[in-house]
Design a protein around this ligand. Structure first.
Ligand code: SF4
Length: 182
């Protein structure tokens, strides 16, 4: 993927940002695309939004690198941190699809509209998709707000907290069902 030139985003990147974390994780968090700091460091969700994501992970009892993998819809930084074009996301989709296939998470958390749109194939708003479980080819998927959005819209943090509680409870249920004698 490092040499990928499949979409125009390759032209402005310092490096591709593939993802980070436990490759056998039960949790997969998917964001939009790398920002300036991520582009420089080669890791998704660093900086203020990354700190908030780490706090969100802590709220459900997990931490970066341990049973969680973090990735983005596009692996190269969109100029000026704009939203990736649909054609760019479509070009990059095979990488995320492969990541999901290899990690085999029990649950995917789509952070923000770009992740939700691309994973669920809908243009519906985060507000209308959050708060309930979706299905991604047999894997539970939950939509919540992107940490960068939450930094600008503090009142919605309470809704994100509700989503994380639902995610945590669902994960417990999934693990119990797996552990139950057949
Ligand atoms: Fe390739 Fe994805 Fe980067 Fe586009 S964003 S150049 S498809 S790795």
């Amino acid at each position: 993927m490092r040499g990928c030139t499949a979409c125009p985003l390759y032209a402005n990147r310092k490096q591709t940002v593939f993802g980070v974390g436990d490759e056998r994780a039960d949790w997969l968090f998917v964001g939009e695309g790398p920002g300036a700091e991520e582009d420089a460091r080669g890791e998704p969700f660093v900086g203020q939004a990354g700190k908030l994501l780490d706090n969100m992970l802590a709220a459900i009892g997990i931490k970066r690198g341990n049973d969680v993998y973090i990735a983005n819809v596009v692996k190269c930084r969109p100029p000026g941190n704009r939203v990736p074009e649909a054609s760019e996301a479509a070009r990059c989709e095979p990488f995320l699809t492969r990541q999901i296939a290899l990690i085999q998470p029990k649950m995917i958390i789509a952070l923000g509209k770009t992740a939700a749109s691309n994973l669920l194939g809908t243009e519906a708003s985060v507000g209308s998709l959050r708060g309930r479980l979706h299905d991604f080819h047999g894997t539970a998927l939950l939509v919540t707000y992107h940490p960068a959005y939450l930094l600008r819209n503090l009142p919605d943090k309470a809704k994100a907290w509700e989503d994380l509680c639902l995610a945590r409870d669902t994960m417990q249920r999934l693990k119990s069902a797996q552990a139950a004698p057949k």
